[in-house]
Design a protein around this ligand. Structure first.
Ligand SMILES: Cc1ncc(COP(=O)(O)O)c(C=O)c1O
Length: 442
């Protein structure tokens, strides 16, 4: 146990998405960070192979972002954005809009990915209602999708444990596309797998079942992250887009992970050349320095809602006390300027081949049954220990942490998404550490 004075008692903090008793019996604690590294409370440097939770794209504690936050909190700590505003909110929105695909330039601010998802779903319903199609209320998600933890997000999400305890309270009128994971066809694909575009045709089946006139929106992660890095088959997203357009269904891309450079472009939409009608964002929007999220909304969707009623009527009864919080806005402006100045998205693109090669070099490591990657994201799937799903990856995660590398795990999948400032030798260190550790796990 540590001697840090503030953490003599670990009992009060009910930790999120954590096996609390297991953790508190053997805690892993970090108390500072800089660049590519965390520092553990026992003084060890931990190389950040996951950008925290896929969010610290510029590396930790960047001076420009820290300075912007410090200045802002001392200048205007808080101001409402309901029926009034502050300049940084508008500036941050313009800067986010400038990075979006053509047309998605109306920005609604939230404080997290979960809030962005629920906001996007509500905007989709409001859009159809404003156009006189209020019966379009059905939402379509996808198996294995992760869309945060709000009731909307878990309803359209497809990760069974996240839904199970709340199953009686999920949104009605939700259906799911099948996931795209098909290792029997696509194991060890580099980049987008060749097999599986036809899985998008399942949307036609759902349209035939429910009728297009009842369906408001389809939401997918362009690259599914939290479920363990599922890269869309070639042509799949294009097909989804075509089917949505054909039936007047809004397409929402959940880019909470892929937004802001993860694939080497500002958005996955840009990477794939597929433009959704709404896009959810959070995490790297301000390098995760202050809670912040956003929904980028196509102008046609925004205008349909905002121009629908009388000029003095509130158009969308939705918003958060902290929507466009001044400090989060200042951090966003500083972060997006930093990304541009350092050409970090281009840097990610230039590192992707090296990253791919380093990940796939583990093909012959113990227990590895699949490796998949795109841009600066990779997943390595392990064979599960008989009778103990998840245990092998958990042991790998703990041993990597002890060996000075942070990786992310979900079930028996290791996920990699380092800050985009990662150097070649650090890429090598991440994967060579994992290889070594895999040689020691049971
Ligand atoms: C695709 C996606 N959507 C939504 C969320 C939820 O974001 P948050 O944890 O900020 O609520 C996440 C978080 O990992 C995510 O990956």
């Amino acid at each position: 146990m540590t001697s840090h004075p503030a953490i003599d008692d670990l009992s009060s903090f009910w930790m999120p998405f954590t096996a609390n008793r297991q953790f508190k019996a053997a805690p892993r604690l970090i108390d500072s960070a800089k660049g590519m590294y965390y520092k553990a409370t026992d003084g060890r440097d931990i190389l950040d192979g996951s950008a925290g939770l896929w969010c610290v794209n510029a590396g930790h504690c960047r001076d420009e972002i820290v300075a912007a936050i410090q200045k802002q909190v001392a200048t205007l700590d808080f101001a409402p954005t309901f029926q009034m505003g502050h300049p940084l909110a508008f500036e941050a929105a313009s800067k986010v809009a400038a990075l979006m695909p053509e047309g998605l330039d109306r920005i609604f601010f939230t404080n997290s990915g979960s809030e962005s998802v629920d906001t996007a779903l509500k905007i989709a319903l409001a859009y159809h209602r404003a156009r006189g199609e209020g019966q379009r209320t059905r939402l379509i998600g996808r198996e294995r999708g992760y869309h945060g933890v709000g009731f909307g997000g878990i309803s359209v999400g497809g990760i069974a444990p996240n839904r199970k305890a709340f199953s009686g309270a999920l949104l009605p009128g939700v259906d799911h596309l099948p996931h795209t994971h098909a290792p029997e066809h696509n194991a060890f694909s580099k980049g987008q797998p060749a097999w599986g575009a036809h899985l998008a045709d399942e949307l036609e089946r759902l349209v035939a079942l429910h009728d297009a006139s009842t369906i408001a929106a389809v939401i997918v992660e362009p690259v599914a992250g939290s479920t363990g890095v599922l890269v869309p088959p070639q042509g799949y997203l294009q097909k989804l887009r075509e089917i949505c357009t054909k039936h007047g269904i809004l397409l929402i891309f959940d880019e909470v992970i892929t937004g802001f450079g993860r694939l080497g472009t500002a958005t996955a939409a840009e990477y794939f050349g597929v433009t959704p009608d709404l896009m959810t964002l959070a995490k790297a929007i301000n390098n995760a320095s202050i809670p912040m999220g956003a929904v980028a909304v196509h102008r046609k969707v925004h205008d349909a809602v905002v121009n629908a009623g009388a000029e003095n009527a509130i158009e969308l009864f939705h918003g958060y006390t902290y929507s466009a919080h001044p400090v989060a806005s200042a951090a966003t402006i500083a972060t997006l300027d930093l990304y541009a100045r350092e050409r970090l998205f281009e840097r990610a693109a230039s590192k992707a081949a090296r990253f791919e090669a380093a990940a796939h070099a583990l093909r012959d490591a113990p227990f590895v049954k699949d490796i998949r990657n795109l841009g600066m994201v990779a997943g390595i799937e392990l064979e599960s220990r008989p009778g103990a799903p998840g245990a092998r990856a958990y042991e790998t995660f703990v041993k990597c942490f002890e060996a000075g590398v942070l990786v992310r795990i979900t079930a028996d999948i290791l996920a990699f998404s380092p800050p985009l400032i990662v150097e070649d030798d650090q890429i090598d260190q991440i994967f060579s550490t994992v290889r070594k550790v895999l040689g020691t796990v049971a």
